[in-house]
Design a protein around this ligand. Structure first.
Ligand code: ZN
Length: 151
């Protein structure tokens, strides 16, 4: 007879599936599985965050290029923006007023308008992004496009 026979192991280690004995809030069978779990979560969180930032940078560079030098507002067809590789799902913020919802990408904001148009505004004269950082993002974007073409 096992000493633990009166305790029914109902839970399993979420890493190796071994049955768990002892404290009811136990999640891992040992320290190795615990470390393995946290390592994996850290790695995936880092990758997910990096991908989101990458898309955000790309969106920002696209809007900067379309804006030009002497204005702070433009209108563009949704399709056109899509063709440039703009990702509508990734934003840095959101703003709602009585006219509707505006999506934000750093100092830019955009919203859907009639006839499949997107209105883009540069909210502040002072950019939130350093011009050096912008140049670097632009270079990274150009590099990634060259890589894709050469494959
Ligand atoms: Zn385990």
């Amino acid at each position: 007879m096992q000493k633990t026979s009166n305790i029914q192991p109902t839970k399993q280690c979420c890493v190796c599936d071994k049955k768990l004995f002892g404290r009811s809030d136990k999640v891992f069978c040992d320290i190795h599985c615990k470390n393995k779990y946290h390592q994996s979560v850290r790695k995936q969180t880092k990758t997910a965050a990096a991908n989101t930032v990458k898309i955000l940078k790309k969106n920002y560079v696209i809007l900067c290029e379309l804006l030009g030098d002497n204005c702070n507002r433009f209108k563009i067809k949704k399709m056109k923006l899509q063709e440039k590789g703009f990702n509508f799902e990734v934003i840095s913020g959101m703003n709602q007023n009585k006219f509707g919802i505006k999506m934000e990408i750093f100092e830019f904001s955009w919203y859907f308008a009639a006839s499949n148009n997107i209105i883009v505004l540069q909210e502040r004269e002072q950019s939130k992004i350093s011009p050096y950082m912008y140049k670097r993002w632009k270079m990274q974007l150009e590099d990634s496009q060259t890589d894709r073409l050469s494959v």
